[in-house]
Design a binder for this molecule. Structure first.
Ligand code: FAD
Length: 203
C-alpha cells in the first residue's frame, strides 16, 4: 500500500505497479487535489520523473531573471534545455496518479489512513474505507501527514506555519502579474512570502 497521492506517493505507486506489484494508492483528499504551489519543476526534478508519462506542461522556461531592486542587482541565466517547466499542480499530480492507475494500481480517494498496526510479517492499515492488510507500506503523505507517525516511524521534519489566501484581481492587474513570480524573504528570518497564480493556467 502507498499512502499519499502527491508526486512522491504517485511515483512510488507507478514504479511498483510497472514492476508487477499489487498496489493500492490511497489519499485523504478528493482527487485531483488542489494544492497551493508555484508549479515550477526544475531541471533536476524533471530528470527524476517516471519515464513515459505525458505531462501537461504549460510553459518551458529557458531564461530566468532575478531582480533585486533594493540592492540594484539584476541577474539572468539562459539555457537551451528548460531550466524550469511550469505546470498546474493539480494536473501534474493527476497525470502521475492516472499513469499509476493505467499501470495497474488501485486508487482509493478520499480515504484517510488513521492507524497502522504491525501484525507479524504484515501490516493492518486502518482507513476511512475499512481495514486493509498489506505486506508493506510506502508513506508519501507530505510534510504534515500523519500516516508515518501512525506507523510509529520517526519523522524528522521541521514544520513551519503557513498561511494561504486566494484573491481575485482585475484583468489589468492580472496582465502585469501574468509573467512574473514574486517572492520575498528576509535574510535574518525563516519567513518567506510568495505570490502564485491559481486557476487553470500557470505563470
Ligand atoms: C506555497 C508552496 C509553493 C511550492 N512551490 C513549489 C514549486 O514551484 N516547485 C516544486 O518543486 N515544489 C514546490 N513546493 C513544494 C512541493 O509542494 C512539495 O515538495 C511536494 O508537494 C511534496 O510532494 P509529496 O508527494 O511528498 O507530498 P504532498 O504533495 O504533500 O502529498 C501528500 C499527500 O498525502 C495525503 N495524505 C496526508 N496524510 C494522509 C493520510 N493520513 N492518509 C491518506 N493520505 C494522506 C495528502 O492528502 C496529500 O495528497 C511548494 C510548496 C509550497 C507550500
Amino acid at each position: 500500500m502507498v499512502v499519499g497521492a502527491g508526486p512522491a506517493g504517485a511515483s512510488a505507486a507507478l514504479t511498483l505497479a510497472r514492476a508487477g506489484v499489487d498496489v493500492v494508492l490511497v489519499d485523504a483528499a478528493e482527487l485531483p487535489r488542489r494544492k497551493c504551489c508555484a508549479g515550477g519543476v526544475v531541471y533536476r526534478a524533471l530528470a527524476e520523473l517516471p519515464a513515459a508519462v505525458e505531462m501537461p506542461w504549460q510553459r518551458r522556461c529557458q531564461r530566468i531573471q532575478f531582480h533585486l531592486p533594493a540592492d540594484g542587482l539584476h541577474f539572468q541565466v539562459e539555457r537551451q534545455l528548460p531550466l524550469i517547466s511550469m505546470v498546474m499542480r493539480a494536473d501534474f499530480d493527476d497525470a502521475l496518479v492516472r499513469a499509476a492507475e493505467t499501470a495497474g494500481a488501485e486508487v482509493r480517494a478520499p480515504c484517510r489512513v488513521s492507524a497502522v498496526h504491525h501484525r507479524g510479517h504484515h501490516l493492518e492499515i486502518v482507513t476511512a474505507d475499512g481495514t486493509l492488510d498489506a505486506g508493506f507500506l510506502v508513506v508519501g503523505d507530505g510534510a504534515v501527514g500523519t500516516a508515518a507517525r501512525a506507523a510509529g516511524w520517526l519523522v524528522p521534519v521541521e514544520s513551519v506555519a503557513a498561511i494561504n489566501w486566494e484573491i481575485e484581481v482585475a484583468e489589468d492587474v492580472f496582465a502585469v502579474l501574468r509573467r512574473r513570480h514574486d517572492s520575498t524573504s528576509a535574510p535574518s528570518s525563516p519567513a518567506t512570502a510568495g505570490c502564485f497564480r491559481s486557476g487553470t493556467t500557470c505563470p
